[in-house]
Each structure stands twice: as C-alpha cells, then as structure tokens.
Design a protein around this ligand. Structure first.
Ligand code: URA
Length: 215
C-alpha cells in the first residue's frame, strides 16, 4: 500500500505493517536489538515497493506438469548503495530479499566550516549505467548528503536511480527534488520538519546511534 504524496517524485509507503513497526522504532524506550530487527523487517517491505518496476522477461521452463514461459527479472543485477553508516541497517534487509544485488558504499561527512558534505569513501559496482540503482539512507533530513551521494552515482554513470529511506523531512524532499527531479524517493513516512540541529521531528533520533547502540 503506498501513496504518491502530492508529487510522483515521492512515494510514502503507508502499509499498516510498516506504520506499526515504525511507531515502535520511534519510541525512545525501544531497545537497540528491537530497533535493528524492525528496521530489517521494514526494509523488506520497502524493497518490495521500490522494485515494483523492475523489468521482466520470460524463460521457458518445465514444471512437473509441463512447459511454461515463466517470468524472470531482466537485465543486469540491480545495485544497492548504502550511504554510510546508517544505510547499512536498511541494506541488510533488502539483501535478504535480493541476494544477487551488487553492493556499493558511499561515505560522506559534513565539513564543520562549510557544512557541505565531503566524500571520504566510495566503492560502487561496475556498469551502473545498465542497472537499477537504489541508494539507501534511513533519514532524509536536510537532503544535502543524499543529493551529493546521488550526484556521485550519476558521475559514475548511474541513470536509473531510486532513493529509499525510512523517514523524510519536507526540507530533504525539497532539496532532492531541486537537485535530482529524476530520482524517485520512497519512504515509510514524511515527518513534520527539521529542528535547529537538523534532526527530523518527531523522527526517531539518530538512526545510526539507535541501530548500533552508540551515542
Ligand atoms: N540523521 C538521523 O539519524 N536522524 C535525524 O533525525 C536526522 C538525520
């Protein structure tokens, strides 16, 4: 179950199971172990939605009862790109559903002077131009690092890109729409706003800290 929220650029996946699990994740008393498990479970459900438009072909097979032209995924294996570090939590679940996906990582930090994202790591699969590429980061907050990560993927040749997150702020959606109108965003919820520190409100706090038990 999903709805395009005002613009086809943004899909909020409103499935009741996702919404229920997300509410438990938001609760500050939820343990690290539960947070991680719920994120993995939600990522499976989000992956179902974000891959809805993968191309199919058919392959002749024999079932025990006879021949059939059976649907199979067409083209190159898709690429999953984790935006470090919190992206890893979303990626683990998706890989359970799509184990043959190729995997890449992009690491960015925010320069304390300029507040602009700076790349410190990048390793992505070959032939991105021929793959559906799904960039994952649980929190779309200001959108600055997400927009920079998407630009890096485009510079590597990616053309068919989707962005998958758990929570989005209107500010982040607007930034992405401005920088990359061709990249659809899939999220479990569109929250109210950012606070003065760039945290999503009501949000769930720092996703990386909550999933890894750091602070
Ligand atoms: N990153 C997080 O982990 N949480 C936020 O609320 C915003 C950015």
């Amino acid at each position: 179950m999903s709805q395009s929220s005002g613009t086809p650029h943004l899909t909020v996946v409103t499935h009741p199971l996702i919404q229920h699990k997300l509410s438990i994740m938001r609760d500050k008393t939820t343990s690290t172990a539960s947070f991680r498990r719920l994120l993995r479970e939600i990522s499976l459900l989000l992956a179902y939605e974000v891959t809805r438009e993968l191309d199919l072909t058919t392959e002749r097979i024999e079932t025990p009862l006879g021949p059939m032209d059976a649907p199979r995924l067409e083209g190159k294996k898709l690429a999953l790109i984790s935006i470090l570090r919190a992206g890893n939590g979303l990626m683990d679940g998706i890989l359970e559903l799509i184990p043959a996906a190729r995997v890449g990582f992009i690491g960015l930090y925010r320069d304390p002077e300029t507040l602009q994202p700076v790349k410190y790591y990048s390793k992505v699969p070959a032939q991105l131009d021929a793959r559906m590429t799904i960039a994952v980061d649980p929190m779309l907050a200001t959108g600055n690092s997400s927009a920079a990560a998407i630009q890096m993927l485009k510079d590597e040749g990616a053309k068919n890109i989707r962005f998958l997150c758990l929570l989005a702020a209107p500010e982040g959606v607007a930034r992405m729409r401005e920088a990359h109108p061709d990249v659809p965003i899939f999220t479990a919820a569109l929250d109210e706003k950012l606070d003065d520190h760039g945290y999503i409100v009501p949000g769930l706090g720092d996703a990386g800290d909550r999933m890894f038990g750091t602070k």
